[in-house]
Design a binder for this molecule. Structure first.
Ligand code: BV8
Length: 251
């Protein structure tokens, strides 16, 4: 059983506003590869080769194929106990009249499938796709028509279809980053979960919370790039540590 510090549990029990930032480590135990861990998505390809507009225009079939592969994975897997614990934590906080914001860098839709309600998608959602020219939303039929050696093109104007995710060098959705920054600034407790904290501006959010006086706890299997700034670091797989947090809270 993980021993959370008394001050953490006290702060969480008395918190009126809780914000959470999640990264790919939250979905690892569902079977969704992370980016930077051994065997992660970036091991075979470099981010600059895939997750940016230049790479997409240079080789649309490669990038569209990579996202088609990731869609197949996320459609097959289930939310894990860590996702479910975060949905429970949201209910625990809001049932007491508190506010709860789940800010995610993940694009796999698993928080929504786990029942989390107030989800702020910083980097988009790969289950949504659109035409780069006319903006038409791609349908399941359009996506199903994608063949590995062809290009996924808009049936209306024949331009390329892209995933609705934020690539490197692209601005984050203004409303999402605004809401996420506000929630971080106002939070009494901030949880940074399953993220290497190397991608900005997302990785800056736990630091904003800390500077605003929040108690910031990191949940990871190893210290992240910002671990030294945390009030508490809880090491262990989130599929175990988050359900234990709920158990301790309700204890
Ligand atoms: C932008 C696409 C501004 C979607 C991704 C300073 C300020 C602002 C920007 C920058 C800056 N410095 C550099 C930049 C540019 C860049 C950036 O941050 N680069 C980094 C690499 C240095 N940022 C940007 O380009 C952003 N845009 O700032 O625009 C702008 C634009 C134009 C003009 C002016 C200004 C856009 C960033 C979004 C990039 N898109 N992905 C997709 O295909 O998924 S990034 C990618 O990394 C994912 O989105 C992912 O969410 C994100 C972070 O990775 P993590 O989620 O943390 O995953 P990772 O694998 O790294 O780590 C997993 C962690 O889990 C590990 O710590 C591991 O230990 C842990 N773990 C594993 N298993 C478990 C576990 N923990 C617990 N339990 C387990 N079981």
């Amino acid at each position: 059983m993980i021993a959370f510090s008394e001050s953490f549990i006290d702060r969480l029990r008395s918190a009126e506003r809780v914000a959470v930032l999640t990264g790919a480590g939250t979905s690892a135990e569902s079977g969704v590869p992370t980016f930077r861990d051994p065997g992660g998505l970036w091991q075979q390809f470099k981010p600059e080769e895939l997750a940016n507009m230049d790479a997409f225009l240079r080789n649309p079939t490669l990038v569209q194929g990579w996202y088609a592969h990731r869609r197949e994975i996320v459609e097959k897997v289930m939310p894990n106990p860590g996702h479910l614990a975060l949905a429970e934590l949201e209910m625990w906080i809001t049932d007491r009249g508190g506010s709860f914001s789940l800010i995610t860098q993940n694009v796999d839709n698993l928080h929504q499938r786990a029942g989390s309600r107030n989800v702020i998608e910083l980097h988009g959602n790969l289950t949504r796709n659109y035409c780069v020219n006319c903006g038409r939303d791609a349908t399941e039929e359009d996506l199903a028509a994608f063949s590995k050696d062809g290009e996924l093109r808009c049936p209306k104007c024949d331009d390329l279809i892209r995933p609705n995710v934020v690539w490197f060098g692209e601005m984050l959705p203004p409303e999402a980053i605004e809401n996420a920054t506000y929630a971080s600034e106002k939070s009494d407790v901030f949880l940074s979960i399953g993220t290497s904290a190397v991608v900005y501006p997302a990785a800056g959010l736990p630091l904003i919370a800390r500077q605003s006086g929040a108690f910031v706890a990191e949940f990871n299997i190893e210290p992240s790039a910002i671990a030294s700034e945390m009030s508490e670091v809880i090491l262990g797989p989130v599929g175990e540590s988050l359900p234990q947090l709920i158990q301790t809270l309700q204890g």
